[in-house]
Design a protein around this ligand. Structure first.
Ligand code: SF4
Length: 404
């Protein structure tokens, strides 16, 4: 008998989205780039696990939950989380704290002890090793359970395959049965009574009754078919605008490169460059590679010349106090713009906290902080303190347009 195929709901989702993508990820084992929404979701899931850990006698306070969130959040940099910048990461951080605070406002008076949180099970069934993580399970008595899946994205929608997968796994899992029998030795069978998607950003719950046996049967046939196709090596790409636009494997994919991808003689880092290693020499045809190198250098040289010319024009116009000047075919217009910068972001945030102004700017972006300087409710003294962290510079904007 062969080895069981390791399988999960997310693997099935990826195979259905595009078998070629599945192949890159799980056959060639090429990791995807980090995604900020996964990092955000993982941090909030950790906090929910921290709050509800079944072996806890009492539940943590809001301050403890927020401190735990901080610890989890600060374990990785914004790049490791997949955020485009520190500002974006800060927005995610503020949103995470907001969610935890509103969750406590709603539930802290009536937290209940669940049967399990973040329970990982591996179920060997029909030639598959089915791996599932159930966010939270509540015991309803008589062998009945309610499954909760936390959602942290923008919206929630019914995902039937996920619901069916949970039902299949939980009702067949020896681990779940043992856990329930420890509470209630008379239980012979586990029955999933309810499945809920709980949307943490809005505190909205979508609850579904258990699926009928015939739905589970049809779903399971589908799972087995997908598993058979994987075993048979069926990985033809199924390109589509949506999935390809966000796919990390585009520069390796035969749909885009025009040739089948092979791993022969290539290390993963060369084949799939990370941000630090962005020189993939093997992915494109060599002729294109050389042409591209030449064009990039030409473009860089032109940019350097343009920037030198721009500087010379600005210097001459400033020296002669010209706001506008004409060439033979083009006209130039010079505008001076005042730019404000806060050089030490951490110090500004700390000052806002001390002045009790942080709540006024939920996310301390530059424009929000600058807005405080004209806010009538902020004292002149506080404005002065803020201004001491500010540097003002003049920047010139040069516009060149073709004359009529
Ligand atoms: S780029 Fe499109 S076709 Fe290629 S692997 Fe990704 S999703 Fe599939």
């Amino acid at each position: 008998m062969g080895k069981n195929l390791s399988f999960s709901y997310s693997k099935m989702g990826m195979y259905k989205e595009c078998p070629q993508k599945y192949k890159f990820r799980y056959v060639h084992m090429i990791p995807e780039q980090p995604k900020y929404y996964f990092a955000f979701g993982t941090a909030l899931h950790s906090v929910m696990e921290f709050i509800y850990k079944p072996d806890k006698i009492s539940f943590p306070t809001l301050a403890q939950a927020l401190a735990y969130f901080d610890t989890v959040w600060n374990k990785t940099s914004y790049e490791q989380k997949g955020y485009a910048s520190m500002d974006k990461e800060l927005e995610g951080y503020a949103e995470g704290r907001r969610i935890i605070e509103s969750y406590y406002r709603e539930f802290s008076g009536h937290f209940i002890h669940p049967l399990s949180t973040e329970m990982k099970t591996t179920l060997d069934i029909d030639g598959l090793s089915l791996i599932s993580i159930v966010d939270r399970m509540d015991y309803l008595g008589d062998g009945r359970v309610k499954i909760l899946d936390y959602k942290t994205g923008k919206t929630i929608q019914r995902e039937p395959d996920q619901l069916y997968m949970y039902q299949k796994v939980v009702e067949n899992s020896p681990l779940v049965k043992t856990m329930i029998q420890q509470k209630d030795p008379s239980v012979k069978e586990v029955r999933v009574e309810q499945l809920s998607f709980y949307h943490l950003p809005t505190l909205k719950e979508m609850t579904f009754e258990r699926a009928a046996d015939k739905e589970i049967f049809a779903f399971w046939q589908n799972v087995l078919k997908v598993a058979d196709d994987i075993r048979a090596g069926k990985f033809d790409p199924t390109p589509g605008e949506n999935q390809c636009r966000w796919c990390d494997y585009r520069n390796l994919c035969p749909v885009f490169t025009g040739k089948e991808y092979t791993t022969e003689g290539k290390s993963t880092s060369v084949l799939f460059p990370t941000k630090k290693d962005s020189t993939s020499k093997q992915v494109f045809p060599l002729d294109d590679q050389d042409l591209l190198t030449e064009k990039i250098d030409q473009y860089g040289d032109l940019l350097a010349k343009v920037s030198q010319l721009q500087k010379e024009i600005i210097d001459l116009m400033k020296k002669n106090n010209f706001a506008r000047h004409f060439g033979e075919h083009y006209k130039a217009e010079l505008t001076c713009i005042e730019k404000i910068e806060f050089t030490n972001k951490e110090q500004v945030i700390e000052l806002l906290r001390q002045l009790n102004l942080l709540k006024k700017v939920l996310v301390p972006t530059k424009s929000m902080v600058v807005g405080l300087l004209t806010d009538a409710t902020v004292s002149a003294n506080d404005k002065k303190k803020l201004e001491s962290f500010m540097t003002k510079t003049q920047e010139e904007e040069l516009k060149i347009e073709k004359t009529e």
